[in-house]
Design a protein around this ligand. Structure first.
Ligand code: GLA
Length: 393
């Protein structure tokens, strides 16, 4: 709460400095997210189990009376004010981070909700950019939330998630699933969201980790989904699905369980594709079991399933890389670590670990120094809390 107020004042002050006015400015916050388990399942009709964080993106915005757009990010101060207009809602390299808010404004228009006036928008994020904690989805949901607040569009938070994903897919050309935007728009304090991406049915599960906390380690290896192999993995899964559909009537890889996968897997004609599909199927089942374990207060089993998830992402899905493996394998060696795995798309970004309170300092010290020694630069650690979805401050 205190941090929120400090951030609100900081961003308001900067807004006045940069845009020269304070009248009519409103402030907002949208969280980042971390996924506890269920990785690369959301575009395969499977389950995910993410939660919103208390770190995220702060925004200050003022409605204009013309169609101009002025953007400023306190995370990219060197770029200064980036100007555009509602007539220029097209993606471009030069537009940098503003492609995210612009994409959402464009998406509202595509969905039949024309934006009547422009705005001045200032952002400040306290999630590390490009770290795999969904800074971009956070900006997307924040923008949608502001547009709804300014212009009274009849959209639910779930709609904001879908509009954010639509913008990411069609404006920014990243074929992401729905997990990130959903976790952010629908976040609930001290709960994770058990979401079935096949039909968007979901339930909130309390995160009760008596005597332990969620610790995120950022590899500081930058990753952009667009230039990663994300889209490639997605299409490998689509091809594997089409091969399986020759043999068995399914709509998505998430429709199979371990047993039915083993029965039909020979329909997939390529070893690599078979491994990708295996991960998607097994990870989905693992996620279902992990949530059951958590509900039964079996945190140890939940942690074990997190570890298994990492192994599958490393060996079958091949999206980890030396940085994430070093962090996770280092974590597994520390007493008091209940579970540890990469989180998000992979290829860099972050790991998520559940660590007993008394082991947190040792964890940071040991994993941090092993990482620095092997990789050559430092990792950053964040002990995080599970927070709510977007709010007006
Ligand atoms: C990224 C995407 C999500 C999801 C994860 C992998 O975060 O945006 O939709 O696919 O990768 O689980």
């Amino acid at each position: 709460m205190k941090e929120e107020m400090t951030m609100k004042n900081t961003i308001l002050k900067k807004f006045t400095e940069v845009f020269g006015e304070k009248e009519g400015v409103k402030t907002y916050f949208a969280p980042g997210r971390v996924n506890l388990i269920g990785e690369h399942t959301d575009y395969n009709g499977g389950h995910v189990f993410p939660c919103a964080l208390t770190i995220g993106t702060y925004g200050a915005a003022r409605r204009r009376t013309d169609n101009k757009l002025r953007f400023y990010s306190m995370n990219f101060e060197k770029l200064g004010v980036i100007s555009s207009s509602l007539e220029e809602l097209e993606p471009s390299k030069e537009a940098g981070w503003t492609n995210y808010p612009k994409g959402v404004m464009w998406a509202f228009g595509e969905k039949g909700m024309q934006i009547p006036f422009g705005m001045d928008l200032m952002l400040y994020g306290n999630i590390p950019n490009g770290s795999g904690l969904s800074s971009s989805a956070s900006v997307e949901v924040l923008t949608g939330y502001i547009l709804r607040d300014f212009f009274g569009f009849q959209v639910s938070n779930q709609d904001l998630a879908l509009i954010g994903q639509y913008a990411e897919n069609n404006f920014n050309k990243v074929n992401c699933g729905i997990m990130d935007q959903f976790a952010i728009a629908m976040g609930k304090k001290e709960h994770a969201i058990f979401l079935d991406t096949a039909d968007l049915s979901f339930e909130y599960a309390p995160i009760v980790l008596e005597g332990a906390k969620i610790v995120i380690a950022s590899s500081n290896k930058k990753r952009g989904l667009g230039d990663s192999k994300y889209n490639e993995r997605r299409s490998e899964c689509e091809t594997a699905l089409a091969e399986l559909q020759q043999e068995v009537q399914i709509g998505a890889l998430g429709d199979l369980n371990e047993e039915t996968f083993e029965r039909y897997q020979s329909a997939i004609k390529d070893d690599v594709r078979r491994k990708r599909a295996k991960h998607a199927v097994y990870e989905n089942q693992r996620t279902i079991r992990a949530v059951e374990a958590l509900k039964a207060n079996n945190v140890a089993l939940f942690g074990q399933l997190m570890n298994d998830s990492h192994v599958s992402l490393r060996d079958d899905y091949e999206v980890t890389g030396i940085e994430l493996d070093t962090l996770v394998e280092g974590a597994w060696k520390v007493d008091g670590v209940i579970g540890s795995r990469m989180t998000g798309a992979g290829f860099g970004g972050c790991t998520v670990s559940i660590v007993k309170d008394e082991a947190i300092d040792t964890f940071i010290e040991k994993v941090g120094s092993a990482y620095k020694e092997k990789i050559g630069y430092a990792a950053d650690f964040y002990v995080v809390e599970v927070g709510d979805g977007p709010v007006t401050l």
